[in-house]
Write a protein that binds this ligand. Structure first.
Ligand code: C5P
Length: 207
């Protein structure tokens, strides 16, 4: 399969120096790329700013903002079978970006606007032979929110993972499908999880 994987955070500039961002390390996405290559798939990685280096065997496209990630996904997805949207996309961006470094003093109000929903736009334009899967990092008991996103974004699967996955070496995920079925995976390290997920996706394509 030709697999397109997004990983890491996106950053939204406030001025030439500051940005809005999040704590995504990109480790899970990187584990997915490694597992995909090890299983004989072709992987393209669209990567936000992270500390760790991407695997050499994957073609990597570096991006910073949500708009850049969106453009890269829409450009690359037609030549891939599967999109795995593991990136922690910024939900909001400043409505205007200051062209000079802002000064300090008193209070400051930032007006924010929602970013584009990348995975939803990829899923709404996909061909019947393509699949799109997303991730949903939620509080422990919030499976319903993950289900709602699976339906609203029209995904073929969503990986529900509890908040404690962030910055952890392990993940205890549940795979949720549009027909209402669900598989709870045991807590495992991210490399083992990546292999399991790819095996399920392989089976989904063969079904
Ligand atoms: O942030 P949220 O929980 O809604 O993320 C669910 C899925 O949607 C994830 O796969 C994430 O990568 C994707 N997403 C996106 N564009 C956004 C926000 C989230 O593609 N602006």
């Amino acid at each position: 399969m030709r697999i397109l994987i997004t990983a890491g955070p996106t950053r939204e500039p406030i001025d030439p120096v500051r940005f809005l961002g999040n704590r995504s390390s990109g480790k899970l996405g990187m584990a997915l790329v490694n597992a995909a290559i090890a299983a004989g798939h072709q992987a393209t990685l669209i990567l936000g700013p992270v500390e760790i280096s991407p695997p050499r065997a994957a073609r990597t496209i570096h991006v910073e903002t949500t708009a850049q990630m969106h453009a890269a996904v829409l450009r690359e997805f037609p030549s891939h079978d599967l999109l795995i949207m593991a990136a922690a996309v910024a939900d909001y961006r400043p409505k205007t970006v200051a062209d000079r470094k802002l000064g300090r003093g008193g209070t400051m109000t930032l007006e924010l606007q929602a970013t584009e929903d990348i995975v939803a736009s990829a899923a709404s334009g996909k061909r019947p032979d393509q699949k799109v899967i997303g991730f949903s990092l939620e509080a422990e008991s919030d499976v319903a929110r993950a289900r709602e996103k699976l339906a609203r974004k029209k995904l073929d699967m969503i990986v529900f993972n509890p908040l404690r996955t962030m910055n952890s070496t392990t993940i205890s995920a549940s795979l949720l499908y549009p027909d209402g079925s669900r598989e709870d995976l045991p807590e495992q390290d991210k490399d083992a999880f990546a292999r399991t997920l790819l095996a399920r996706l392989d089976a989904m394509f063969k079904a």
